[in-house]
Each structure stands twice: as C-alpha cells, then as structure tokens.
Design a protein around this ligand. Structure first.
Ligand code: GTP
Ligand code: MG
Length: 231
C-alpha cells in the first residue's frame, strides 16, 4: 500500500507495522540478523528520502520557472517487512539481508504523478542527468503498455547514501504516471485483489478498453495544453 509520508504516524499503520515486525522476528528466530534487517530498512528509507528530495527540489524550481507545474503528487512507501518476506518466498529465497538487497529493487518506492504524458519524460530525464544517480533499469510501459493495458514509466535507480561510517549505493524504484494512468492503475489494482470474479474475462476486456480510452484522453488533454500555450 502506498502511504504518503505525512501519514506515516497513522495509528492503523503503526499497528500493522508491529504485526509485520513480529512475523519477521519469527522468520529470523531471534539472533542478530533482525538488527541487520532493521538497519537495511533504515538505509532504504534514507535512499527514498534522497530521491524524494531531488524531486522536491525540481518541483520547487519548476514551479518558479514555468506557469504550470508538471508535478501533481509525489508519494513514497517502504515495502513492508511482510511483503519483503513474501516476495523472497515467491522467489524461493530464504529471508536474509543479502537476498533482499540483491534481488528486490522495489523496497524503496516513489510514485510521481504528473499532469501530462510529456511531463513524465521531462522529469525522468531531469533525474537521470544528475551525476549521483545511476540508471539500473528502465521499463517504459507507456510506449509498450502491459497486455492488460497498464501504463507507467518505471525506473530502477541507484543513489548513494552517506551514513556515519559508510557510503552505500541503494536502489529505489520510481514510477512515473499521469493522473489518468494512476486512476486506472488504482482501480485495476483493487479489482485484481477481488477474488472469484464472475465474468473475469469480460471485465479484463473492459479494463483494457478503458486503458486505451485513458491513453487517448491523455493525448488530447496534452494537445489542448499545447494549443493554449501557442496563444
Ligand atoms: P513486482 O514483483 O510487482 O514488483 O513486478 P516486477 O518486478 O515484474 O516489476 P514491474 O515493473 O512489472 O511492476 C512493478 C510495480 O508496478 C508493481 O509492484 C505495481 O506497483 C506496478 N504495476 C505493474 N504492473 C501493474 C498492473 O498490471 N496493474 C497495476 N495496477 N500496477 C502494476
Ligand atoms: Mg513491486
């Protein structure tokens, strides 16, 4: 689940967090590994903050420079310990700090919601041009949508974090979407987890059709913006 930074102190999240950590403690059966795991989570949190700050800085600059701001919202989340454990289990890997660090690219995640499709590429380029950011992987589901219609630009980045006794490159997943793409993905995500849907095939066809409509709408809204800018 994506939670906004300012909602981190939310009580329900805290309770869920405590339950999650209990599962991890049981998986580790005590020992020193849990302390290393907590430190790993702290490192991902720092990496997420580094990239979030870069986006905040771009946001501050662009809101001064142009009459319109390409950013709608920036959301951050750290993968819960339970989801880390489940993803490693799905990959048949035991729960260790090394396995998590070497195999999961999305422990730190940022979602950037933009106004228009071309904002996505402009902001992604601004981030990639920075000399402490390394691009590990790029998945362009806008140019090549998923078969179900899903659209977003995904970047796996590596950013260094500076702690008291170490400098460590850390991976962060950044997803760029328009408001319309996010609207579709949020609903699709909710429906996906509703099990035993009758007429599943016709619903996926319908969702795919909606994704196409949304892509057309994004294109047309961008054209309207361009016409206004020309005046
Ligand atoms: P994960 O194991 O889910 O991280 O997938 P992956 O490693 O194959 O990476 P991918 O880039 O395909 O997807 C990463 C993330 O993008 C997911 O965790 C979702 O947040 C989002 N995503 C990808 N595909 C879909 C989709 O079909 N629908 C929705 N709603 N979100 C998607
Ligand atoms: Mg993921």
């Amino acid at each position: 689940m994506i939670i906004k930074m300012e909602n981190n102190m939310n009580q329900t999240e805290d309770i869920k967090d405590i339950r999650d950590w209990k599962i991890i403690e049981e998986a580790f059966e005590g020992g020193g590994e849990i302390a290393r795991f907590r430190r790993m989570i702290m490192r991902y949190r720092c990496a997420m903050l580094e990239v979030k700050t870069k986006l905040d800085v771009l946001n501050a600059e662009l809101s001064l420079q142009t009459s319109r701001n390409p950013f709608e919202t920036i959301k951050c989340r750290i993968k819960s310990p339970r989801s880390i454990l489940e993803k490693l289990e799905r990959n048949h890997l035991p729960l260790t700090v090394e396995n998590a660090e070497n195999n999961l690219n999305d422990i730190a995640g940022i979602r950037v919601i933009c106004s228009f499709p071309d904002d996505i590429y402009m902001l992604a380029d601004c981030l990639l041009e920075q000399d402490d950011i390394k691009l590990i992987a790029k998945k362009d589901y806008i140019k090549n949508p998923k078969p179900n219609g899903y659209r977003s630009l995904h970047l796996i980045l590596e950013v260094p974090i500076f702690l008291t006794d170490e400098k460590k490159p850390m991976r962060v997943e950044v997803q760029f979407r328009t408001i319309a793409m996010d609207f579709w993905a949020s609903l699709e995500h909710k429906l996906k987890y509703k099990k035993h849907i009758k007429k599943a095939e016709s619903i996926s066809n319908e969702l795919f059709y909606c994704a196409e409509l949304i892509a057309q709408l994004d294109g047309r809204m961008q054209q309207i913006r361009e016409k206004i800018e020309e005046e």
